[in-house]
Unconditional design. Structure first.
Length: 190
């Protein structure tokens, strides 16, 4: 868990130190604040043979028109029953989010993100378990209006530090597909 947070911190420090240089890989003023966004995320996570609805969101600051840094969260809407029978759980996960949208000014463009942070598995009738999760995603986004973007993504929720009965990280790590609705404004283009 500490390695993941340290790695993210070094990545963010590296991104912001690029701004101090005369020339950068992304061009001059690559990391100026250029927008603010709220994301509403709706995904279906695939546990075993079942798909479960997970809702979440994020609040992001946009830098250089294509880099997004913010806080993100996810929460399962319904209990998921484990193989043992009447034991169920809900998964919550939140953390720092870093996203990149190359060619964000184009009507249709790619969108990549990664979120890393802590979470909790709420076990029905049992104690809760603290976890650490990383969720990389990739997909396409459409600029519907200046203030609304619609995206579809595929991702993987990798969960670690699980200490629940006879279950491990692989029982809670899962593939998901997601629809993202982004509301905000990017003054870098308009």
């Amino acid at each position: 868990m500490k390695k993941g947070i340290t790695l993210l911190a070094l990545l963010f420090i590296g991104l912001f130190s690029v701004q101090a240089q005369e020339e950068t890989l992304f061009g001059n003023n690559a990391l100026d604040l250029t927008g603010v966004w709220y994301n509403s995320r709706h995904n279906f996570s695939f546990f075993d043979e079942d798909a479960h609805y997970v809702r979440g969101g994020s609040i992001d600051l946009e830098f250089g028109r294509s880099i997004f840094l913010g806080w993100s969260w996810h929460r399962m809407r319904d209990d998921l029953f484990l193989e043992e029978g009447n034991v169920s759980f809900k998964l919550r996960h939140s953390g720092l989010k870093l996203a990149y949208a190359p060619a964000a000014g184009k009507v249709i463009h790619p969108y990549f993100s990664v979120m890393a942070g802590s979470g909790k598995i709420d076990i029905t009738g049992d104690s809760d378990d603290r976890i650490f999760g990383i969720t990389p995603t990739g997909g396409l986004e459409i600029n519907v209006t200046e203030w609304f973007r619609l995206g579809t993504e595929v991702g993987y929720r990798y969960v670690t530090d699980v200490d629940v009965r006879n279950l491990g990280s692989e029982d809670f790590s899962t593939l998901f597909v997601q629809v993202q609705l982004r509301f905000g404004f990017s003054w870098g283009y308009w």
